[in-house]
Ligand binder design. Structure first.
Ligand code: ZN
Ligand code: ZN
Length: 425
C-alpha cells in the first residue's frame, strides 16, 4: 500500500487521474466482481495520508473537477452518455450476441505506457480492455444479450477521438442451390444502361437492368427480408446465359451485408423467389451457414465434379467408330485449355488443365449427337466441343476432324455430395 501511496503522491503533485482510472490501474482483473469503488477508496486513503503530510496542493489536484484525467481524457466521466447512446442505436438491430470495442488515440496510449513504465505498474487493465469489460457487462445486463468476441452479431465500436458510436452488424450467410429451367437468363445482374448503377426512373431506382438474371431474382428478396444494405451471390461456378442448370441445381451462398434483421424465416424467402421467378428458376435447400462455407465453396468449385449434357451438330454425318474413338480419347483425359476467345476480354489469357472423367453419347441424327460429360469444375465445355481454334486440346472437333457446332448445353449435376462434405443438411 505504501508503494501505491507514494506513486499517487508523485502523480497527483502534477496531474489529475479519475477514480475509475485508479480502479483500473490497481484492481485485480482476474477476480469475478469488478470492485469499481477501489479508486474512490484509494483516493480517500491517499487524502488522509497527504493531510498528515500537509501537502495541500495535492489535495486540490485530487478533486478538482475542471481538470482532465490524463489517463482517459475524462472518458469515464462521459460513460453514462455513451451507454445511453449505444442502447439507443442498437435498438434498430436484431441480434443475439455482441461485443464492444474502442478506438483510442495513440497519444492517450502513450501517456499510460509512460506512467506504467515510470512507476512499474503492471497490475490492472489497459483503458481498452477495461472500457470493453465495463460496457459489455452493462449492455448485456440492459439488453439481455450475450457477449461474444469471436463471432458476434453486432460489433459496437466507440471512436474516442470523434466521440462517435459505430455499429457493425456482421454479415449473414445463407447456403442453397438454384435450378435454372430457362435459357436466356444471365447469372449476374447487369447495371442499368441509363444510370450505370446509380438508380433512375428507367430501372425503378434499383440501378440494375430489368433483364432477368439469377442475381436479379434472388438478391433483392434477401436484401428486403433481412432489411440489409446489400446482398451478394457467391455461386459455385459461372454459367452462360444460354445454359440451363437442372437436377441437382447449382450451389451458392448469399452474403447479406449489414442486416437490420436476423431472425428471418428462410422458407418465406424461398417461396417468394420461386413465386416471382414463375418456374424459370427455383431455389431450394436454403439454410444458415457460417462464413467458412462460402470460402470452401469458392475453392471447391474449381475441383468439384460437374456433369453436362452437350448437344452438338457435326459438319458431316458421323459414324459410330468416330464417336467411340472420341469417347476413348476423352475418358480420364487432361484437357489443355487456353482462355476461350469469347471471354478473353475479361479473363487473363492463360492455359488451364482440367480433367474429363467420363463421356457417354447418344446419336440423335446422322450428324446430331448428345454427349453426357462428367468433368472437373472450371472446364469450358463449349470449347471442348468446337476446339476454339485449337486453343482447347483435344476437342470433339479435333478428334472427329471436322467442325462442330454447339446446339445446347445443360448442367445436369454439380457436386451432388457437397452438402455431405460441408456437414450441411
Ligand atoms: Zn480516467
Ligand atoms: Zn437506372
Amino acid at each position: 500500500m505504501n508503494k501505491i501511496l507514494s506513486i499517487l503522491e508523485d502523480i497527483f503533485s502534477k496531474n489529475y487521474v479519475c477514480s475509475l482510472c485508479l480502479t483500473r490501474l490497481f484492481y485485480n482483473p482476474n477476480s469475478k466482481k469488478i470492485e469499481l469503488n477501489l479508486g474512490k477508496k484509494l483516493k480517500n486513503k491517499f487524502k488522509k495520508y497527504i493531510l498528515q503530510k500537509k501537502r495541500n496542493i495535492i489535495i486540490k489536484n485530487l478533486y478538482k473537477n475542471s481538470k482532465v484525467c490524463i489517463l482517459c481524457k475524462n472518458l469515464f466521466f462521459n460513460i453514462k452518455k455513451i451507454i445511453l447512446n449505444i442502447i439507443y442505436k442498437i435498438q434498430f438491430y436484431e441480434f443475439n450476441t455482441f461485443c464492444v470495442g474502442i478506438k483510442i488515440p495513440s497519444d492517450i496510449i502513450k501517456i499510460e505506457d509512460e506512467i506504467r513504465t515510470k512507476y512499474e505498474i503492471t497490475s490492472g487493465d489497459s483503458l481498452k480492455s477495461f472500457f470493453n469489460k465495463i460496457l459489455c457487462r452493462i449492455i448485456s445486463k440492459r439488453t439481455g444479450k450475450k457477449v461474444d468476441f469471436y463471432n458476434p452479431d453486432l460489433k459496437i465500436i466507440y471512436d474516442m477521438k470523434n466521440d462517435k458510436i459505430v455499429i457493425e452488424p456482421s454479415s449473414i450467410y445463407v447456403y442453397g442451390r438454384y435450378i435454372k429451367n430457362k435459357r436466356g437468363i444471365r447469372q449476374t445482374r447487369e447495371y442499368c444502361d441509363y444510370c450505370r448503377g446509380s438508380g433512375c426512373s428507367e430501372c425503378n431506382y434499383t440501378g440494375y437492368s430489368k433483364e432477368p438474371s439469377i442475381e436479379g431474382y434472388i438478391l433483392p428478396v434477401f436484401k428486403e427480408k433481412f432489411n440489409a444494405e446489400d446482398s451478394i451471390l457467391h455461386a459455385s461456378g459461372r454459367e452462360d446465359i444460354d445454359v440451363i442448370t437442372i437436377n441437382t441445381g447449382r450451389p451458392f451462398v448469399v452474403e447479406v451485408r449489414r442486416p437490420l434483421k436476423r431472425n428471418v424465416e428462410l422458407k418465406q424467402i424461398e417461396d417468394e423467389i420461386n413465386k416471382k421467378a414463375n418456374g424459370d428458376i427455383l431455389v431450394k435447400n436454403l439454410q444458415f451457414v457460417n462464413r467458412n462455407v462460402m470460402k470452401k465453396i469458392k475453392v471447391l468449385s474449381k475441383y468439384e465434379e460437374k456433369t453436362y449434357l452437350l448437344k452438338v451438330k457435326f459438319e458431316r454425318p458421323v459414324t459410330k467408330q468416330t464417336l467411340d474413338f472420341i469417347v476413348s480419347q476423352l475418358t480420364n483425359r487432361v484437357i489443355s485449355q487456353r482462355t476461350p476467345t469469347r471471354v478473353l476480354y475479361r479473363r487473363k489469357d492463360m492455359v488451364r488443365y482440367k480433367m474429363v472423367y467420363s463421356v457417354e453419347y447418344k446419336q440423335i441424327d446422322k450428324n446430331i449427337v448428345e454427349f453426357t460429360i462428367k468433368c472437373q469444375g472450371g472446364l469450358y465445355v463449349k470449347e471442348l466441343a468446337h476446339g476454339d481454334n485449337n486453343r482447347t486440346n483435344p476437342s470433339i472437333a479435333s478428334l472427329a476432324n471436322m467442325n462442330v457446332e454447339v446446339l445446347s448445353l445443360d448442367v445436369i449435376s454439380i457436386s451432388p455430395e457437397l452438402e455431405k462434405k460441408l456437414n450441411l443438411s
